[in-house]
Design a protein around this ligand. Structure first.
Ligand code: 13P
Ligand code: SF4
Length: 401
């Protein structure tokens, strides 16, 4: 007897990710087109054929946290800093297919010309960290800092992992964007504009409190007590006026739900299990995890460190699992361990899969442009100021242990 399977009705609790609209999120709506079935054995061939038919008209960017099935079709791979540069350096490509998350595609749209279309294969590929800072919350926080008399001595710096509206806010208020590859030089630049690290100026760092704290303390030599956390749900961010007056770093209360999962006891356990292991983590991890690791740096830094490592060495890596798995596969002569004890991908990065990529590429071949990311002209202009400030910064020296 043939068995049939009826798709259950979607639970309202599950609608937030990828279906209809979600006003609380930077991610979008589900795909309007007919996605090929994930089980279709011809998907790889279909993607290859569509990409070949498009030729130089299409340029595919792949963030390091993307699935293998997608990365194999990327013309370039990179962390968010490298991909922003790569997108800006491809003026000839009519279509930029961004295999990453929404805020990255927005940045690519800002950095490319208006006649280039930036496409995100699944509009539901957002970022929970970016969602932790809404533009209204940031405007409200700034108004409170103005009221407290400190805004004129405060420079807003936003991590790339934020909406275009927040990048535009930084552009309007003499601030900049940074990524995990250049957060230290960006913070130094920001402090220099208000009297230097040794002065009394402040930085409002959004939305990742961990990257802000780790960079300020380990990179700039500020103290933990120079940092306060701004909780947008509380008056004055949950701080006293005195604490705000004394603070040097005002850290937005946001975090990455992937890197936030690593704990110090993961580090301790791996050290016990594998004597001599090197622990290397991304600066989105908590300060406790970063200070118990041997090395800290962006995804590009982590890749370079494992590439350069001696055969036979052991590594515990605290970053997204797709990347760690690829590093393990690429280095069979080294021991590569995932730092966490449960297995967790970035669920939104993982939204981009081969069916979505095939759908996008075949739509382009057929003459329609699906899932175009368009940032409005005013936001583009202001966000570009903050992005250009970042791109003009001197290169950051590789992290130290
Ligand atoms: P980088 O790409 O800057 O290393 O950031 C990691 C990340 O979480 C991207 O979403
Ligand atoms: Fe956002 Fe973290 Fe996923 Fe990056 S890894 S997209 S910061 S949730």
């Amino acid at each position: 007897m043939t068995q049939t399977f009826d798709e259950p009705a979607a639970s309202p609790a599950l609608l937030l990710l990828g279906t209809r609209t979600d006003p609380m999120s930077e991610r979008g709506v589900d795909c309007p087109g007919d996605l090929p079935a994930a089980s279709d054995p011809g998907l790889v061939e279909r993607a290859r054929a569509a990409k070949e038919a498009l030729g130089d008209r299409v340029f595919i960017l792949g963030h390091h946290y993307q699935r293998d099935e997608v990365i194999q079709f990327a013309d370039v791979t990179g962390d968010s800093f490298k991909l922003a540069r790569d997108a800006a350096n491809r003026p000839g490509a009519e279509f930029i297919v961004f295999c990453g998350v929404h805020f990255m595609a927005e940045s690519a749209d800002i950095l490319t010309s208006d006649n280039q279309a930036v496409i995100l294969p699944d509009m539901a590929a957002g970022c929970s960290m970016a969602d932790m800072a809404g533009i209204n919350q940031v405007e409200d926080a700034w108004a409170q800092l103005e009221e407290a008399g400190v805004a004129s001595r405060t420079v807003p710096v936003t991590y790339m992992n934020s909406t275009a509206a927040i990048k535009a806010f930084c552009g309007r208020h003499e601030g900049a964007v940074c990524t995990s590859s250049n957060a230290e030089v960006a913070l130094r630049w920001a402090f220099d504009t208000v009297g230097g690290v040794a002065g009394d100026g402040k930085v409002l760092f959004m939305p990742d409190q961990h990257l802000g704290r780790n960079t300020a303390v380990l990179g700039l030599g500020l103290g933990l007590d120079d940092c306060i956390v701004w909780d947008p749900r509380k008056p004055l961010g949950g701080n006293t006026p005195e604490a705000i007056a004394a603070a040097r770093m005002i850290l937005w209360k946001g975090h990455c739900s992937v890197h936030g999962r690593f704990r110090k006891d993961n580090v301790d356990t791996l050290r016990e299990q594998v004597p001599g292991i090197n622990i290397i983590v991304h600066p989105e991890c908590t300060h406790e995890v970063v200070t118990s690791a041997d090395f800290v740096g962006s995804t590009e830094y982590i890749i370079a460190a494992i590439d350069a490592a001696e055969p036979g060495t052991a590594w515990g890596i605290g970053t997204e699992l797709n990347l760690v798995r690829r590093l393990a596969d690429a280095h069979p002569d080294k021991q590569v361990h995932f730092l966490e004890d449960t297995v967790c991908f970035c669920s939104t990065m993982n939204r981009i899969d081969l069916p979505h990529l095939v759908w996008v590429l075949e739509s382009l071949v057929a003459g329609t442009v699906p899932n175009r990311i368009v940032v409005d002209a005013v936001t583009q202009e202001q966000a570009r100021i903050a992005l250009d400030r970042m791109l003009a910064l001197p290169a950051q020296q590789p992290e130290k242990d």
